[in-house]
Write a protein that binds this ligand. Structure first.
Ligand code: CA
Length: 229
């Protein structure tokens, strides 16, 4: 499948030139002519890379970049009109991966695009073992962070450990003893009903909060983690 690039550029001549050149290279291209439209398209569409002009009507490239970074780490290449060091610094500060100064040679931009897409592929490959996902729920083992549809879910240490174990054993029925053994440890002394308490905490923070049930009770046995997808 062709990789999809969003071009946010108000100068129609440049925008059309980029569209033509990128399509010629085999990319799918969408154009936005102002910052606000660019941000909306970035939120709605599935793009592999964004080429973002710095000076844009309605919302500056810097602001667009900052806002995109709140929900996505898609590669962004900034186009800066002037060879101004402060613009570059601001562009990179706002989360852009790379920048190119106008006027630019199309070969140089294409090379930057290829490099950015390659970095993205490598990053995804490397990141994957650290991420466990189930529908809109994502657990990042490296960062000890859980998100639902991009929103962070704040969990205590035990809640996190329990969720991790459940997600790693997706689709498998787990009885209370197994949960105790693997989450609380062999030396746990106490009532196995503690698992029910923590399952309830998780459900209130995820299943019930987002109306998306992941943890199901198997009566008389234990629990199973399943996602709708
Ligand atoms: Ca412009």
């Amino acid at each position: 499948m062709a990789e999809k690039i969003l071009v946010v550029e108000d100068e129609s001549k440049i925008a059309r030139f980029l569209e033509l050149e990128l399509k010629h290279e085999g990319y799918e291209v969408e154009i936005a002519y102002d910052g606000r439209d660019g941000l909306e398209r970035a939120q709605e569409g599935e793009f592999d890379l964004i080429i973002l002009d710095l000076m844009l009507p309605l919302m500056s490239g810097i602001e667009v970049c900052r806002r995109i970074r709140k929900f996505s780490n898609i590669p962004i290449i900034m186009l800066t009109a002037k060879d101004d060091i402060s613009d570059k610094v601001t562009g990179l500060d706002s989360g852009a991966d790379d920048y190119i100064t106008k006027p630019f040679a199309i070969e140089e931009l294409l090379a930057r695009i290829r490099a950015a897409l390659k970095r993205k592929t490598i990053a995804i490959k490397e990141a994957q073992p650290e991420l466990i996902t189930a529908g809109k729920l994502t657990l990042n083992k490296l960062q000890h962070k859980v998100t639902y549809d991009g929103e962070e879910v704040f969990l205590s240490k035990k809640e996190y450990d329990l969720l991790l174990y459940l997600m790693e054993n997706k689709g498998i029925v787990l009885d209370r003893e197994k949960l105790i053994e693997n989450v609380w440890g062999y030396d746990f002394i106490g009532d196995t009903n503690v698992t029910d308490v923590y399952i309830r905490y998780l459900r209130s923070k995820i299943d019930q909060k987002y109306g998306d049930p992941f943890i199901k009770t198997i009566r008389g046995v234990g629990y199973i983690f399943e996602s709708q997808e």
